[in-house]
Design a protein around this ligand. Structure first.
Ligand code: UDP
Ligand code: MG
Length: 337
């Protein structure tokens, strides 16, 4: 039985030399099975996006590509972060694939969930979110912070899928629509639900990183969280305005109170209150300015309209017409059919 669904897996890799051998082995096995069972077509591919790694990641991808046409490579000119690497991969393959599934390189996402994602696609879903069924493999700290983060995001008005990272299936139609979002401050988890279309969910167990270290230490994680909020919602500005109004009302009440004391000949020397309020209001003003500055910074970046990624090399099939807008070196290989 032959299938005509051409699947492209997109896997961002940043210094992943420890996990790549195992990841590619498992992918090869999975693709083999899916092709055999007639779920996907024989020319389906796994694309590794090298996000400016400093180790042997690109050499390994190159080796894999030479040995097996299943593996393709996209090399970014420098480290641009997970989201941009993912976008680079998805945008490159969007015109040649029927479906793309994005997955982390470290095998935390369950390759086994792919079957169910493809099943949902066949049932008509254009986007399928991989949602982790539990967070037992995380440290209590990561679990707690992640959970409050989702709550905060939703309260801030960003419509993100609970417990969904970037393990998801997107049809070529959905990818085409994603390409219309040209913002530079990109947070895919917030943008993809905005596309609309028919979506579905697949649950999976998230395991520990197979090898190597997390590329998202605490500081990077916090900045990612902050980026997520400020690039999706303007609610923080509203919170600040609300706070400003409240504080102003309080100062009016204080004014009335001191006038009353004054006219009843009860004036308080009031050194403490004065100094305290100067500091409090000064601090709040600075916080407000900081938040506003954050948005202005974003506007600044958007108006510059810089490329979100630059691909320096591409390893792919000769016949595929992929989107190679920014590619400097394109090495396509003709494999024996
Ligand atoms: N990654 C990337 N660029 C970066 C950081 C990470 O492409 O600057 C990739 C990384 O190789 C992995 C995925 O993004 O495939 C998720 O990163 P990681 O597993 O380190 O994050 P965690 O799972 O600890 O949140
Ligand atoms: Mg990971």
């Amino acid at each position: 039985m032959q299938s005509d669904i051409r699947l492209f897996m997109v896997i961002p890799c940043y210094n992943e030399q420890e996990v790549l051998p195992e990841t590619s082995r498992r992918l090869e096995e999975k693709f083999g099975k899916l092709i055999n069972d007639g779920v996907i077509s024989g020319d389906s591919r796994a694309v590794f996006v090298d996000d400016g790694s400093a180790d042997k990641t690109w050499e390994m991808i190159d080796e894999l590509h030479k040995k097996n046409p299943l593996f393709q490579g996209v090399k970014l000119s420098r480290n641009r972060g997970h989201q941009n690497a993912l976008l680079a991969g998805l945008m490159t393959v969007r015109s040649v694939c029927d479906v793309a599934i994005s997955m982390d390189a470290d095998l935390q996402d369950d390759i086994g969930a792919i079957d169910e994602m493809l099943q949902k696609y066949k049932e008509g879903a254009e986007i399928v979110f991989g949602v982790r069924s539990s967070r037992e493999t995380d440290t209590a700290f990561k679990r707690g912070t992640a959970q409050s983060y989702y709550k905060l995001m939703n309260n801030m008005g960003a419509d993100i899928v609970y417990n969904h990272a970037d393990f998801r299936l997107m049809s070529s139609t959905a990818l085409e629509m994603l390409s219309e979002f040209t913002e530079v401050n990109l947070f895919l988890r917030g943008i993809v639900p905005m596309i609309g279309l028919k979506t579905d969910i697949v649950f999976y167990e998230r395991s520990e990183r197979f090898a190597g270290e997390s590329k998202y230490p605490l500081m990077k994680m916090l900045s990612f969280a902050f980026e997520g909020i400020t690039s999706l919602s303007v609610k923080p500005i509203r919170v600040i305005s609300g706070l400003g109004v409240t504080i102003f009302s309080v100062s009016i009440i204080i004014l009335i109170y001191s006038l009353v004391r004054h006219f009843t000949n009860n004036t308080i020397p009031g050194w403490t209150t004065t100094v305290l309020s100067i500091w409090a209001i000064g601090g709040l003003t600075m916080i407000s300015l900081g938040v506003i500055g954050e948005y202005i910074g974003k506007i600044y970046l958007e108006t510059k309209n810089r490329p979100r990624y630059i691909i320096s090399e591409y390893l792919g099939d000769k016949d595929d017409k992929v989107n190679l807008v920014d590619v400097k070196i394109c090495r396509t290989t003709e494999f024996d059919k």
